[in-house]
Design a protein around this ligand. Structure first.
Ligand code: ADP
Ligand code: MG
Length: 311
């Protein structure tokens, strides 16, 4: 359990983080969401003591982080940042194994862990182990950055906008991967984003920050149905409006000719159903049927265009 206890960080006279308290259960994902400058990054850095609090403290399983030397603390807490922060002159294996090596793991144990993580992230170890970051795609670099944060099986993993640089489709896959891996490993993750949709999709709990303050800490369903402030309602509104509109649009309205594979949807279904089908199965088009016969398809591009027109 992670307890953030009335923590405040003041720079000059500005309250970057202002009296934030929250309790986080082991084995869950908490997503901290807010607009730029709301104090998300500072809150994350207070947890692993890249910043020192002006007042308040953080306890991990009952122990104050102030009682642990910062460099020891940071070996126990994984940290992944936007733009991955990989060492460019080290191979993938050495990047992922960096913290286990600091912790004095044997070479065999490190190698096995690197391969296990590469497998989990769908990157064949024999193909990727010896590559350098510049020999990877953006999405692969980001996965290695996340794998590195997980490598030593830390008590806690902090992620600051880890998918911010990815394009929307890869981003959805990365989120699904993270969810799956988190459930497999039982990790405790605190992830920062400015994207409420990402927060709602990934979080067991969502913590909304505004002006350094925590304005709501609740399940995604509670955030959507009972936003605590107008600010939260505005942030949720931006997520829900296009989806609600997609769910009002029948597939027949954007049906076109062309190939599409996999399970079809009936023509009575709506664009939100089609969007889910595309995202869930990683397809860019879904066949449409009428009385069991394929009559056309709907593409992800067409769905996106409709969402944009209406947003
Ligand atoms: P977010 O990650 O939500 O965009 P930050 O935590 O980076 O927000 O910043 C919160 C506020 O604290 C901002 O107003 C920012 O300018 C200020 N701030 C952050 N780091 C520093 C610093 N090292 N010195 C002075 N002000 C800072
Ligand atoms: Mg930030």
């Amino acid at each position: 359990m992670i307890e953030i206890d009335n923590i405040t960080k003041i720079y000059d006279s500005a309250r970057a983080v202002d009296g934030v308290s929250m309790t986080i259960d082991t084995g869950t994902i908490t997503v901290i969401v807010g607009t730029s400058g709301s104090g998300k990054t500072t809150l994350l850095r207070l947890i692993n003591r890249l910043e020192e609090p002006t007042s308040g403290e953080v306890r991990i399983n009952g122990q104050s982080t102030l009682d642990v030397k910062p460099h020891i603390l940071r070996r126990r807490i994984g940290y992944a940042i936007q733009g991955h922060g990989l060492f460019p002159h080290h191979t993938v294996a050495r990047n992922i194994g960096a913290v286990p090596q600091l912790l004095g793991w044997t070479r065999d144990k490190i190698d096995a862990r690197v391969d296990e993580l590469l497998d989990l992230f769908s990157m064949a170890p024999q193909e990727f182990r010896h590559r350098y970051p510049s020999e990877l795609s953006g999405g692969q670099q980001q996965r290695v950055g996340v794998a590195r944060a997980l490598a030593s099986r830390p008590d806690l993993i902090l992620m600051d906008e880890p998918f911010g640089a990815l394009d929307p489709i890869i981003r959805t896959r990365a989120q699904e991967d993270l969810r799956r891996i988190q459930q497999t490993l039982g990790s405790t993750i605190i992830l920062v984003t400015h994207d409420m949709e990402e927060a709602i999709r990934l979080g067991d709990r969502v913590a909304v920050m505004d002006g350094g303050k925590l304005v709501q800490h609740a399940t995604p369903a509670e955030i959507i149905t009972h936003p605590a402030t107008d600010f939260v309602a505005d942030m949720v509104g931006d997520v829900e409006r296009p989806l609600r509109l997609l769910s009002l649009t029948p597939l027949a309205e954007v049906m076109e000719d062309g190939p599409a594979n996999g399970a079809p949807l009936p023509r009575e279904a709506n664009l939100r159903d089609a969007l889910s089908a595309c995202l869930w199965t990683g397809r860019s088009a879904v066949p449409i049927t009428d009385k069991g016969k394929i009559i056309g398809r709907v593409t992800l591009d067409a769905i996106r265009a409709r969402a944009e027109v209406h947003a």
